[in-house]
Design a protein around this ligand. Structure first.
Ligand code: RNT
Ligand code: ZN
Length: 419
């Protein structure tokens, strides 16, 4: 017997003593897809126009060599990341990441520009999610898109969002797997506005137009809306605030997206899951990590992350909460960033699946909060790592830090050639 399986067996016994079935937890874990965000691979640049900088109050800092310069390179990098992450996972695409033969403008993108992504996803069993890209474009330079006071600007972005829903539905149909299409816009003011209402009225109208437009495959496109508290250059006011989109999603029964980096620094999204699920059909999470002004650091295995996954697992909401990632770090190997962040999300999910939830519930209901606290704290010392290692081995992915060997190899053989 290998040391790995010996460790697993010991761990299994320890969990079994608490009534937890580790095999069952791993079986469940294998069914949960995480949606990897394509934009970590190239610092949110996209393939529309290499000269266009990133705007919209988001920023990728760092200059790590070897970023993907086209969709082929991005797919190749993603293949490496997926090979180092146990399980089968989705891809979250932005509209500016299609395959084209030259420069594209934002509203030139059509469904067929995503055929190569679809072929790749089909061959590798990845579902695909989508996003209109309402930033990094001359029409967004005024700081407003769907909520602009300028009708021409609004019309441009409404068209883009409708095109994106058409593309999302097409992708979903081709893959026979619904595509979650998430609208996020950067609109807001650096300094205190006097009219907070007008832009919100306009945003509501624009969204109504976007979502009421007829698309070819509505059953394969699932609309979601994402709020934010502030961004760079929109520190004082963001049109699409939490209250705005929570109201919108409830009223229109769209999905609501909760990005972990889009709230006040001490506010976490974990506690929002059970409340919002009472009113909206499903949630999309952008699992991220806020650090001071930045909402997009690589996800680490924090208490926050664990709390998010506990909420999903404890409320048996795995089929109603879609887990996506959202971070972009250009200062480290980008493929490692995906790998580390996704593995962490999965580790936190596994920890949640390994809780003796029935016992904990009974203690709580009986008013034995002393024992609840005692058990919750003891759980933190259980050999969860042995179960995780066994899972990685089972899924033919590297165990522990070994994944860095593949990262280094790819760096030396592929990234180094990119100049
Ligand atoms: C920005 C939002 C949004 C973006 C991506 C690129 O603050 O989080 O989700 O990160 O769409
Ligand atoms: Zn986000």
């Amino acid at each position: 017997m290998t040391r790995l399986s010996q460790s697993y067996q010991l761990a299994q016994e320890q969990y079994a003593a608490l009534g937890v079935d580790t095999d069952a937890a791993l079986q469940t874990l294998a069914t949960i897809p995480i949606s990897l965000h394509c934009w970590q691979g190239d610092d949110v640049a996209g393939f529309e126009d290499p000269d266009r900088g990133l705007s919209g109050g988001i920023m990728a800092t760092g200059n790590y060599p070897g970023k993907a310069r086209n969709a082929d390179e991005l797919r190749a990098d993603l293949d490496v990341a997926y090979s180092l992450i146990p399980g089968t996972h989705r891809l979250n695409l932005h509209a500016i990441y299609g395959d084209s033969d030259g420069k594209m403008d934002r509203n030139d993108w059509r469904p067929h520009h995503f055929d190569r992504w679809i072929d790749w996803a089909w061959a590798n069993d990845h579902g695909i999610d989508f996003n209109p890209s309402c930033f990094s474009h001359p029409m967004a330079e005024g700081g407003f898109t769907l909520a602009s006071l300028d009708e021409t600007v609004r019309a441009f972005w409404i068209e883009h969002c409708i095109n994106s829903r058409e593309i999302g539905g097409y992708i979903g149909k081709q893959l026979d797997n619904p595509c979650i299409n998430n609208v996020w816009i950067p609109d807001g003011y650096k300094d205190t506005p006097v009219d907070r209402l007008r832009h919100r009225e306009l945003l509501k109208e624009s969204l109504d137009e976007v979502f009421s437009a007829e698309i070819s495959h509505p059953d394969f496109n699932r609309d979601a809306v994402e709020c934010k508290l502030f961004g760079i250059g929109s520190e004082s006011y963001v049109v699409g605030s939490h209250e705005f989109y929570m109201g919108y999603a409830i009223q229109n029964q769209t999905l609501l997206t909760l990005d972990a980096g889009h709230f006040h620094p001490t506010e976490t999204i974990a506690d929002k899951i059970s409340s919002t699920l009472l009113y909206v059909p499903e949630l999309l999470l952008h699992v991220s990590r806020g650090v001071r002004w930045d909402s997009d650091h690589v996800v680490t295995l924090t208490d926050d992350l664990q709390a998010i996954m506990q909420e999903i697992v404890r409320h048996v909401a795995l089929d109603r909460v879609h887990i996506g990632l959202d971070f972009f770090d250009a200062s480290i190997n980008r493929i490692a960033a995906w790998t580390i962040g996704t593995r962490n999300a999965l580790k936190a999910l596994l920890m949640a699946l390994l809780e003796p939830i029935d016992t904990l519930r009974e203690l709580e209901a009986a008013g034995d909060w002393t024992a609840r606290l005692a058990l919750l704290e003891e759980l933190k010392m259980l050999p969860f790592g042995a179960v995780w290692d066994a899972y990685c081995a089972q899924q033919n992915t590297p165990v522990g830090y070994q994944f860095m060997q593949a990262i280094r190899h790819h760096e030396q053989t592929v990234l180094a050639q990119r100049g």
